[in-house]
Design a protein around this ligand. Sequence first.
Ligand code: FMN
Length: 369
Amino acid sequence: MKTHYLLLICGILISAVCAFIAYIEFIASEFTPKTSKNLEGIDDRIQNVLYYASLAPSSHNAQMWKVRINPSINAIYITLDDSRTLKVIDKKNRESYISIGCYVKALEMAFKAFNYKTITNIQEDSKQVLVTFSKENTGDINHDILDSLTKRHSDKQIFSDRMLDKDLVTKLSAVSDNAILLQKSDKSYNDLKPLIKDAVKRQTYDKMAVAELASYMRFSDDESKEKQDGLDAEQLGLRGLKKFFYYLFVNSSTVLTETFSKQTVSIINKQIDSAQAFVLLESYGDDFKSKVIQGMELMELWMFLTDNNVEVHPISAPVEYKDSINRINKILNKHTDTDMILRVGYAEKYLQNHRLRRDLDKYIEVVKD
Ligand SMILES: Cc1cc2nc3c(=O)[nH]c(=O)nc-3n(C[C@H](O)[C@H](O)[C@H](O)COP(=O)(O)O)c2cc1C
């Protein structure tokens, strides 16, 4: 009799736990962002092109681009939105200009997918990029390009032990001639690792940098829906139960605490340890044009890695401090500064872009002459 009662109680407890987990999974279900493409006076194809371009990466997902389109002369002007730059960690707009470059390359690719030819002109004086477009042919839409644009993403997962494929390593040098690949077996990889960890730790305990980051962190699905930018749970790779507890316990005040910094450092250290390789991009110069070109090349490289199912995670803290840039130069015995550091490797599951992006009419102005 006693055994029967015990079994019954166990059954009820297990059912209650399962129901609770199912409930949490339900309320923490994946948030799917919706971006309105509606731009008055612009035809559907071009609206789509502009949407795919917006899937470009940007620091903190700040999407610091301002766009004007003049449909009567097929011209698109891209400039920096000063209200969206990262004034603490990116005083000279290095990363903002690189992000603009990523946007411009994504725009060119999206146009190509829809059978348009583009000409890009980076104007140093006005710090503006002009992209003109013209219809090339009436062929089919190139879905491979569009799929790659929606597949590309930043990945915070712990990477597997699988080494980078040999042929990929060979091909990489053909894709980019300013990329330096450091693999696990390289001495420089191991010299660089503690330096990357130091810089990340330094930034994680820098109250100003964390406050700036916090202003781009989203703490609920409603906030993501409203702001359509920044870093929400999904963007940080948190889903299901992890997402539920993240939104339950983390807010703009808790991210400024020592406990949060400690946890962040521990997570990032594990991510860094799992890097199969680091890819470093050497700087072309400090001016607007050089950084935009850097961003365009970064985007091309990222698309190449995406097409080969290699996960990419930029880690910028080491290139945001002059002394650590100098230390990188010393390790690699070079004089050209590094603009980007990417942690790369394979993950168990290749994810898609979360696509948290603003409605087109929030930042694109349609001009008529
Ligand atoms: C110039 C630049 C610097 C970045 N630096 C970092 C970084 O330090 N850490 C990080 O986790 N992601 C970094 N990212 C990735 C962005 O957070 C990411 O692109 C943005 O959240 C949009 O997400 P998506 O790349 O998945 O579309 C960087 C991206 C760019 C373009």
